[in-house]
Design a protein around this ligand. Structure first.
Ligand code: APR
Length: 252
């Protein structure tokens, strides 16, 4: 059972002390950390999967037959990629990395906001919308220089696909391997804004737990029953509060 599952000042002080004492923190983030940047989540109330069936709009099998479905789902998000900005949660994690407390961020998000927040060690296990490739000739395109059309086609006639992992696709091997190594090594896993239901990303949490890591969950709903600490608050509020508590701890 979670040792502490109330959102109180004491909790923030305890979590700040734990992070400062142990350091070796790895973060696993999901769509919830980007909600305050105006990006919809998938399974929260009003989430993307309430409107679109992922088996139709986000599966590689369907993409191969009818790539317009994925571009109907993601076209606007891709073309407006540069307009999305990191929020205080992303910035707080970049700050914790600079403090030597966070070693890396493993994200399921494809929005690139951790890198925009200047986190240096980011593992994008589901890829990113930043890069778009022609499936025929491999030519790389970058937003905003994407041809029009749903779906857009390469000058060679091939269809374009973002460098994101669709359902039914393998995760990038090097990213998954690195994420597994980091999860097995860490002493603390900070779980932020994820329903932790999609594999293999969700298994990283259990890998950390079985290797003795303390699990600190930040979410607006309780997801992981075995968390050692649970902060029920928006990530954009909770993470800056943790950073402020850490700054109060005297450096010996
Ligand atoms: N702060 C913290 N947590 C939040 C916030 C917020 N402001 N807003 C929402 N949440 C939480 C929700 O309570 C939910 O538990 O974020 C979580 C989002 O869960 P999902 O929508 O399932 O997103 P995610 O866990 O990232 O999904 C994993 O599923 O469909 C695939 O590829 C997709 O990468 C995605 C994967």
């Amino acid at each position: 059972m979670a040792k502490r599952n109330v959102d109180s000042e004491v909790l923030y002080t305890e979590v700040a002390k734990l992070l400062t004492d142990l350091k070796q923190c790895v973060v696993l983030t999901g769509a919830g950390i980007s909600a305050e940047s105006g990006i919809p989540t998938f399974r929260s109330l009003g989430g993307l999967w309430e409107k679109y069936d992922p088996a139709v709009y986000a599966s590689i099998e369907v993409f191969r037959k009818d790539p317009s479905k994925y571009w109907i789902l993601r076209g606007d998000f891709i073309r407006n990629y540069d307009s999305y900005q990191p929020n205080n949660a992303h910035l707080a994690l970049a700050g914790l990395e600079q403090m030597g407390i966070v070693r890396c961020v493993i994200t399921q998000n494809i929005d690139g906001l951790h890198k925009k927040a200047d986190s240096k060690h980011v593992i994008e296990v589901h890829g990113s919308l930043r890069e778009i490739y022609c499936l025929a000739c491999g030519k790389e395109y970058r937003v905003p220089h994407i041809p029009g059309g749903t779906p857009p086609y390469c000058s060679c006639g091939g269809v374009l696909k973002p460098n994101t992992v669709l359902f039914g696709e393998q995760l990038p091997r090097d990213a998954l391997t690195k994420a597994q190594e980091e999860s097995a090594w860490c002493k603390i896993m900070l779980l932020v804004g994820t329903s932790a239901v999609v594999q293999p990303a969700a298994s990283l949490l259990f890998l950390a737990k079985q290797n003795g890591a303390q699990i600190i969950e930040i979410n607006i709903e309780k997801v992981f029953p075995d968390a050692d600490y649970f902060i029920m608050k928006k990530a954009g509020i909770a993470l800056p509060m943790i950073v402020e508590e850490i700054k109060k701890i005297p450096i010996l």
